[in-house]
Ligand binder design. Structure first.
Ligand code: AMP
Length: 245
């Protein structure tokens, strides 16, 4: 599995596998953050923290947060930073996040990134890496327009590239499109990404945390590139952080 990355020695890989993983997946809507997070969860046993999923659950449950967030989400805009930082503070305080986490869809603004750094400093658990998942805009639009999720189990499919099985839990009759994946809203979400989230690339590059991968490939290939980017990171001296894990 790691054999293509011959520059990483066995010790480096062992170190990588043993360490808690605290990472951010950064990328435009449709770049595959959710799909890849789920694959990393299976491999590394750390929780995926998707702020989009947390907000959708709140909307479904009709909580005050859900009522506040629904119209903003449907319009493709961002929920305010103070609310999002509150959500993340609560979630990172839960026991399962002690062994690490994969942040998917957070942070999305510079203010959120700064708030996250402060919070992780308080906890004594700094980020290991931020991986930017790079996909061309044309491809993003195609991916988003094909995205469907199963109302039974929540799994995500793509009618163009990763179709669901014809029968059973995730059969076509149980699949729905997210309201904000409709064409009208997608353009707004991409604009919001460009204006508010893309500046995080320079922000995390400046901190020496950013890794970029070409995420326009088969799902398994992207996972491999992602893992290689993370090993690369730990091979570059993350050993110093091991004592604090
Ligand atoms: P996602 O599933 O990550 O695409 O998120 C869906 C929607 O939830 C976004 O378009 C925003 O309206 C909202 N949202 C999710 N994460 C954040 C965040 N970190 N900051 C602000 N709004 C967010």
């Amino acid at each position: 599995y790691f054999s293509k990355n011959s520059s990483f020695d066995r010790k480096g890989i062992a170190r990588y596998c043993a360490r808690p993983m605290r990472i951010v997946l950064l990328g435009a809507p449709g770049s595959g953050k959710g799909t890849q997070s789920q694959r990393l969860v299976e491999r590394h046993g750390v929780p995926q923290i998707s702020t989009g999923d947390l907000l959708r659950a709140a909307v479904k449950a009709g909580t005050p947060l859900g009522v506040h967030a629904k119209a903003i989400m449907d319009a493709g805009k961002l929920v305010d930073d103070a609310t999002m930082l509150g959500i993340i503070r609560d979630r990172l305080g839960q026991p399962d996040a002690r062994k690490g986490f994969i942040l998917d869809g957070f942070p999305r603004t510079i203010a959120q990134a700064e708030g996250l750094t402060r919070l992780l400093d308080e906890l004594g658990t700094p980020l290991d890496a931020v991986v930017l998942m790079d996909v061309d805009y044309d491809k993003l639009i195609k991916r988003i327009s094909g995205r469907r999720s199963c109302t039974n189990c929540g799994r995500v499919f793509n009618i163009h590239t990763a179709p669901p099985p014809p029968e059973g839990c995730c059969a076509a009759s149980h699949l729905v499109q997210r309201p904000d994946d409709k064409e009208e809203t997608v353009a707004k979400r991409l604009q919001v990404y460009d204006e508010q989230t893309k500046p995080l690339v320079a922000h995390y590059t400046g901190q020496g945390l950013l890794r970029m991968i070409d995420a326009d490939a088969e799902m398994a290939e992207v996972t491999q590139r992602l893992e290689a980017a993370l090993v690369e990171r730990s091979g570059e001296g993350l050993l110093v952080k091991e004592g604090r894990a």
